[in-house]
Write a protein of this length. Structure first.
Lengths: 144, 114
């Protein structure tokens, strides 16, 4: 499945300080990252509801919808937090086809923008990091 | 820029067409290109207007021979770079809806001055 990873570079010190002070930076990170992954799932569902899907939406029901991650959960692995996003490609569905298209089917523009072009995911990541920074900072009482 | 891209791809001697333009029951050639122009954004502005454009394309190559797919996409990458295109990486696998074929794609950009 397509996976997003949060980069802890730049905020590692903040996380360490908060953990030293007894706060739970990791839990805050997981919560915000999970919320972001769930927003991405919601945007994906919206794109799959569109009447403008290629081939008159023939791929928008059943298996494709069922392959969208309904409850993505972020987790830590060592010093890196990550979350699965979007489609579970281990399930049958046409998510991959909709993103890249096939010679018989144009790509879905909305899904292509979300999963192939960098702007959407960069914005999601940036917003999440800003919110994380603010929350961590607030937990530390504005210090650090 | 679309015309230039198509002209470059046609030098390989395989059919070149827009992604999605094959009919539902149309048989695929043994080897062929498709392309898709995802966006043409303003790249810079001058005097309240665009001074350059950023063209973004997917270029896909499908074939019944996986080695041909790998080799051709790498060759296309070099040729596009020689012609002033920006190519991100060395390509990626693309899903194909026929078990007889495999495919690889490139994300390619061109900065066109107005």
């Amino acid at each position: 499945m397509a996976m997003a990873k949060i980069e802890t570079e730049g905020i590692e010190n903040l996380i360490r300080k908060l953990e030293k002070a007894g706060g739970d930076a990791r839990q805050i990170t997981v919560r915000l990252m999970t919320e972001t992954a769930q927003e991405i799932s919601q945007d994906t569902y919206k794109a799959l509801q569109s009447q403008n899907l290629p081939r008159a939406g023939a791929y928008s029901t059943g298996k494709t919808l069922a392959s969208v991650l309904t409850d993505p959960q972020a987790r830590w692995e060592g010093d890196t937090a990550w979350t699965p996003i979007g489609f579970d490609f281990s399930k049958p569905g046409a998510g991959g086809f909709l993103i890249s298209g096939t010679p018989r089917m144009a790509p879905d523009q909305e899904l292509r923008k979300m999963y192939k072009m960098k702007k959407y995911m960069n914005e999601k990541s940036k917003n999440m990091m800003e919110e994380l920074w603010q929350e961590l900072h607030k937990e530390l009482g504005g210090a650090g | 820029m679309k015309e230039q891209l198509i002209a470059i791809l046609k030098t390989y001697g395989y059919p070149v067409s827009l992604q999605g333009s094959y009919a539902p029951t149309e048989k695929y050639p043994d080897a062929f290109f498709t392309f898709w122009n995802g966006s043409t954004d303003d790249a810079e502005h001058f005097n309240n207007g665009p001074a350059a454009f950023r063209w973004e394309f997917d270029v896909n190559f499908y074939a019944t021979d996986p080695q041909l797919v790998n080799d051709t996409i790498l060759s296309v990458r070099e040729k596009l770079i020689e012609n002033g295109w920006i190519v991100q990486g060395k390509g990626f696998d693309v899903p194909v809806d026929e078990p007889t074929h495999t495919g690889r794609g490139l994300e390619v950009l061109f900065r066109e001055k107005k």
